[in-house]
Ligand binder design. Sequence first.
Ligand SMILES: Cc1cc2nc3c(=O)[nH]c(=O)nc-3n(C[C@H](O)[C@H](O)[C@H](O)COP(=O)(O)OP(=O)(O)OC[C@H]3O[C@@H](n4cnc5c(N)ncnc54)[C@H](O)[C@@H]3O)c2cc1C
Ligand SMILES: NC(=O)c1ccc[n+]([C@@H]2O[C@H](COP(=O)([O-])OP(=O)(O)OC[C@H]3O[C@@H](n4cnc5c(N)ncnc54)[C@H](OP(=O)(O)O)[C@@H]3O)[C@@H](O)[C@H]2O)c1
Length: 433
Amino acid sequence: MALRVAVIGSGPAGIYTAEALVKQSAEDVRVDVLERLPTPYGLVRYGVAPDHTSIKSIANYLRRVLELPEVRFLGGVTLGTDLSVDDLLGHYDAVVYCTGAMVDRKLGIPGEDLPGSVAATDFVNWYCGHPDVDPGRFTLDTSEIAVIGVGNVAVDVVRVLAKTADDLRSTDVPHDVLQRLAESEVKAIHMVGRRGPEHAKFTLKELRELGDLANADVCVRPDEAVVLGGDFPRQVQGNIKVLQSWAAREPIGRPRRLDVRFWLRPVEILGTERVEGLKLERTRLSEEGRVVGTGEFETLPVGMVLRSVGYQSVPLPGVPFSERTMTVPNEAGRVRDREYVAGWLKRGPTGVIGTNKSDAAETVRTLLADLEGRERGASEPIDTLLAERGVRPVTYEEWLAIEAAEAELARSLGRGERVKLVGLEAMLRACRV
Ligand SMILES: Cc1cc2nc3c(=O)[nH]c(=O)nc-3n(C[C@H](O)[C@H](O)[C@H](O)COP(=O)(O)OP(=O)(O)OC[C@H]3O[C@@H](n4cnc5c(N)ncnc54)[C@H](O)[C@@H]3O)c2cc1C
Ligand SMILES: NC(=O)c1ccc[n+]([C@@H]2O[C@H](COP(=O)([O-])OP(=O)(O)OC[C@H]3O[C@@H](n4cnc5c(N)ncnc54)[C@H](OP(=O)(O)O)[C@@H]3O)[C@@H](O)[C@H]2O)c1
């Protein structure tokens, strides 16, 4: 009897797990990849910036895994509502949780919940066409926007805001979103770091791209670009060099302006009905290396604040979860008997797509070692139980039909290779007659 494994989540971690199971297992293996959305690839589809087409093409690698004869994709199936952990353990020999990190971290400052204060998770979902966010959700009807955080997600968000809609026309950005971007009134974008250039989390390649934007002048204040000490890793030295070169540049009157700021922490989002400003406090590092305020304040007159301070995982019903690390506690991927974890849910929201490959391989090594020589308990496929509950999974072939409809939409609009369909209904209409 084949080893039957359920992988929950079809982002990079889930698909690399499926691949590692097929590659590493000495015995016959069957893997079902269960995904709450009708579409696979997780943040590769709904996170990676639309203009980063070469990174998005990783989907072509992931697709080959879903096409392996040992692997099945079952979209539109949610752990927690359609199926419980017990259901899974009753139908599979093992389960691997790979549900990523879907929500934003909080700043914990006054005004955070005002209209116009937006989590980067929502904004990214919006321009990526995630079915959880309505395409009409955001109107860029303000001239100044602050983006809090200096990680790669902040850089993505800033770049999308700084580019013209024409720059994004050939991408898969939903058409309604492209329209909103075309109507954007944004003139100034402030990207704000609470520590110095040497502590910024963005990577050099992504930072450099900002300097090449045709539509925006990039400005850094010379005093904020000063870095004391040396001996930084190469990436950091590169970041510092780029930022200092921008500090020496004069703006040349491009339509938009990006100010990259350092040593400022948000203390309050101002406004009554909606965001009217962002109050920042100048910071320094304490002797213990903590960020502390200096009592010197400044207010940015922004109408929107995008909080890009990291993602975090949410607990899955019936699965252990640490509120301290916001991950599923595990030992080399093992959670409990026959339950495993991989990806951002296992180690937190850090690392690039490739990091999930070695991470998944570790989990699969643990799983296969644990289950070696054990009797296989699973017999019935999950399909009957899903049908009894009225859940009809989206098959891989149906997903291909959604992809084809997106390509057709792009053709009809005279745009690039594909344009995202938005909303579950539109996707299901495209794949089911
Ligand atoms: C905005 C953004 C941009 C990024 N850009 C890049 C980049 O350009 N290059 C790069 O290398 N890395 C990038 N990353 C990082 C990369 O996307 C992650 O390392 C990777 O996606 C994590 O993989 P994962 O499978 O753990 O999570 P995810 O990719 O989030 O996949 C989780 C999957 O689980 C599904 N799911 C969630 N809950 C359930 C449930 N209850 N039942 C069933 N399914 C469920 C979700 O729908 C999703 O499909 C980016 C990250 C973000 C946030
Ligand atoms: N192109 C790519 O390769 C790409 C694109 C997007 C994302 N990713 C990856 O995805 C992962 C997640 O990226 P991310 O940008 O969401 O997270 P991140 O890299 O952890 O960056 C988060 C940023 O938010 C700041 N921050 C956190 N709490 C704050 C607070 N209370 N006040 C002010 N600032 C605060 C952090 O500053 P401190 O450092 O001071 O805490 C940091 O600058 C990363 O591994 C990233 O590299 C990669």
